[in-house]
Design a protein around this ligand. Structure first.
Ligand code: GLU
Length: 457
C-alpha cells in the first residue's frame, strides 16, 4: 500500500483561523493513524497579501495544537513560492501537449462577443495558434467531470459549464489552481482534505492531474463552520483567530478536542476525549457534510472540564501568565483549588484572586451600588464587631455573618453581598468565607472599615 501523504496548505494572509486549525487536525489525525506524512505547505504566492508575521503565526498556532516537527509524521514547511520553476514547467508541458493554449482576449472583447458579463470563456483562441498571452487549459466539451469526495459523495461537474480556465497570466506567472495541483503532485500527496470552498478547484484539478500525468488524489472537502446565526464564520463578524482563544486561556487540549468535533464525532456519546484516543477512531469518511456550528459556549464548557482535570500544580502554573509576577505564589496556592472548579478560561483567574494581592480591592461602581442596598452599614458594623473574637475558619466566619444578618432580618445571601464587595470589590467570586480565611483577620478588618468610611463619606 502506498504511504498516506496528506498536506495542509494555508495561505499566510491573516490571523490563523479556527477553521484552518480544524482542517490541519483532521489531516494530522489521518497521517498519525496511518504512520504516513503530514506536509505543511505555505502557499505564499500572492505576494501582495502575504506577510512574514502571518507565516510565523501559522507555525506557532500549529505548534500550539500539537502539530510540529517533534513528531516524525511532520514534513516541511515547504514554501509554494520556491516551486515556481515547477509550476512554469507544468504550464510549458501542457502547452507542448496541446492541452493548453495561448489566449490574448481581453475581458472587453469577450463580453462583446458573448454579450454577457457572466458568460465563461468561449474558446475563441483555442485554434488560433498564438505564441504568447495568457495560458488557458483546454477543458473537454462534453461529458462530466466527477469528483469522488469522501465527505460529499460523488459530485458531478458538467464539462460544458466548465470554461477553458486560465493557468498562467500574460506575464507567465502561474495561477493558484495550477500551482496548488503541481505542488500536490510534486509532493506525492495522496489525500487532499481541505475546506469546502475549494470544491470548485477540485473540478479543475481533476482535469489537471491526469493532463500532468498523475493519478488524482482522494478528495475530501470539509463542511463550512458557521456561527450561532448559521452564517459562515468570518473574521469581520466572529472571533476566529486561534491566537485569541489561546490568549484568553483556552487550553490547547480542550481546543483540539472541540475542533475535532466540528463535523466529526467518535461515534458514541463521548465528546470529551483526548487526542490519542481520537486518532485511531478518526475516519474522514465519517465527516458530516452539513455545516458545523462553532459553539463558543460549548467550547468554554469543554475548557472548564479540561481545566478541572489538570493536576492542581499544573493548573497553578498555567495560571501564572494571567497573574502579576510580583504576586505571592504561596498566597495564590491557598485559593488555587477553589478557583480551579469555577473558571471556564484561564484569564478569569485574575478577577477571582486579585483581591488577595491588591492594596485595595478593585471596586467598580456598579457592583458597589448593587451590593450596598440592604442595611450595609449595619451588616458591616455588626460583622466587624464579631471579627475580633470569632474563630478564624470558614464555618465560624459564616455563622457569625448569618447571625448578624438575622438580626437585620436578612438571609445569608443578602447579608453576604456588602461584605463580599467590601472585601473583593466584586459581587461574584470564590466562596466568601474561604476567601476571608485566606485574606486574614487584619486585612479583612481593614477592608470592612474602609468600606464603612466609603459608605458614610
Ligand atoms: N491555500 C488554500 C487556503 O488557504 C488551501 C488550498 C488547499 O488546501 O488546496 O485556503
Amino acid at each position: 500500500m502506498t504511504e498516506v501523504r496528506v498536506r495542509f496548505a494555508p495561505s499566510p494572509t491573516g490571523m490563523f483561523h479556527v477553521g484552518g486549525a480544524r482542517t490541519a487536525l483532521f489531516n494530522w489525525a489521518l497521517a498519525e493513524q496511518s504512520g504516513g506524512r503530514f506536509v505543511l505547505r505555505i502557499e505564499d504566492t500572492d505576494a501582495s497579501r502575504n506577510r512574514p508575521e502571518w507565516i510565523e503565526g501559522i507555525i506557532s498556532a500549529l505548534d500550539w495544537v500539537g502539530i510540529n516537527g517533534s513528531n516524525e509524521v511532520f514534513e516541511g514547511p515547504y514554501f509554494q513560492s520556491a516551486y515556481e520553476p515547477q509550476h512554469r514547467e507544468a504550464v510549458a508541458k501542457l502547452l507542448a501537449d496541446g492541452r493548453a493554449y495561448y489566449c490574448d482576449c481581453t475581458r472587453e472583447l469577450l463580453v462583446a462577443r458573448t454579450g454577457s458579463e457572466h458568460r465563461g470563456y468561449d474558446g475563441f483562441c483555442r485554434d488560433r495558434g498564438l505564441t504568447e498571452g495568457a495560458v488557458r487549459f483546454r477543458t473537454p466539451d462534453e461529458g462530466v467531470t466527477v469528483v469522488h469526495d469522501v465527505v460529499r459523495g460523488t459530485v458531478e461537474f458538467p464539462n460544458d459549464a466548465q470554461e477553458d480556465f486560465v493557468i498562467a497570466r500574460t506575464d507567465g506567472s502561474p495561477l493558484y489552481v495550477l500551482a496548488n495541483a503541481v505542488d500536490d503532485i510534486t509532493q506525492n500527496i495522496t489525500h487532499v482534505i481541505r475546506g469546502e470552498e475549494h470544491l470548485g478547484n477540485a473540478a479543475k484539478q481533476m482535469l489537471l492531474w491526469p493532463a500532468l500525468g498523475a493519478t488524482p488524489p482522494i478528495w475530501g472537502h470539509l463542511p463550512v463552520i458557521v456561527n450561532e446565526q448559521r452564517k459562515k464564520l468570518s473574521k469581520r463578524r466572529d472571533k476566529v483567530a486561534l491566537e485569541s482563544y489561546r490568549e484568553e486561556g483556552y487550553l490547547a487540549e480542550a481546543m483540539v478536542n472541540y475542533l475535532m468535533l466540528l463535523g466529526w464525532g467518535p461515534g458514541d456519546d463521548r465528546e470529551i476525549m483526548p487526542w490519542s484516543e481520537m486518532v485511531p477512531l478518526f475516519k474522514v469518511e465519517d465527516v458530516n457534510s452539513a455545516s458545523a456550528f462553532f459553539d463558543e459556549k460549548k467550547l468554554r464548557a469543554f475548557n472548564g472540564e479540561y481545566i478541572r482535570a489538570l493536576p492542581l500544580e499544573t493548573f497553578e502554573e498555567r495560571c501564572l501568565p494571567y497573574l502579576d509576577p510580583s504576586w505571592d505564589r504561596e498566597l495564590f496556592s491557598k485559593v488555587a483549588a477553589l478557583a480551579q472548579t469555577r473558571i471556564g478560561v484561564l484569564s478569569e483567574i485574575r478577577q477571582n484572586v486579585d483581591f488577595l494581592f491588591l492594596e485595595e480591592p478593585a471596586f467598580d461602581q456598579a457592583s458597589w451600588d448593587k451590593a450596598m442596598k440592604n442595611s450595609p452599614v449595619e451588616i458591616i458594623t455588626g460583622y466587624l464587631a464579631r471579627l475580633d473574637t470569632v474563630s478564624w475558619d470558614p464555618e465560624s466566619l459564616k455563622q457569625a455573618l448569618e447571625e448578624v444578618g438575622t438580626a437585620q432580618g436578612l438571609k445569608l445571601g443578602k447579608a453576604q453581598a456588602p461584605v463580599r464587595v467590601a472585601i473583593t470589590g466584586r459581587t461574584v467570586g470564590l466562596p466568601l468565607f474561604e476567601s476571608i480565611e485566606v485574606l486574614g483577620r487584619v486585612r479583612t478588618q481593614e477592608r470592612l472599615r474602609a468600606a464603612l468610611a466609603r459608605l458614610e463619606g
